[in-house]
Ligand binder design. Structure first.
Ligand SMILES: [Zn+2]
Length: 115
């Protein structure tokens, strides 16, 4: 089932790309984040979403890496891309983690330097 990206997913994605970009995403790709369609969700029940035609079978490279806070715990946020297109927004933590608060998104460096 395909659905439009939610506002909170788009904001988390935009913040992660702005703060933690490690690959080259074109300004056009970043500008089109709010037009992405979710083509698959994670089977484990976490908030990870996939956008490409291949859904959760998408393979690619990491376009951005950041972390954020969900339910008081720090989780990793990984943005996947294939051929310059954003294909996944993955949240990594213990168990079925949800989307982080968009305002909590920060760089890995900031996380490691936190007291
Ligand atoms: Zn999952």
């Amino acid at each position: 089932m395909t659905r439009p990206i939610s506002s909170i997913e788009a904001t988390v994605l935009e913040n992660a790309v702005r703060i933690g970009a490690v690959g080259n995403l074109s300004p056009e790709t970043v500008a089109s984040i709010r037009q992405l369609s979710v083509t698959a969700t994670c089977k484990c029940g976490c908030a990870t979403v996939w956008f490409g035609p291949k859904g959760d079978a998408a393979k690619g490279s990491i376009a951005a890496e950041a972390c954020g806070t969900w339910n008081g715990v720090t989780i990793d946020i990984i943005v996947w891309c294939t051929d310059g297109q954003i294909v996944g927004l993955e949240v990594v933590g213990a168990g079925k983690v949800g989307l982080p608060d968009p305002t909590s998104v920060r760089s890995m460096e900031q996380w490691f330097q936190a007291p």
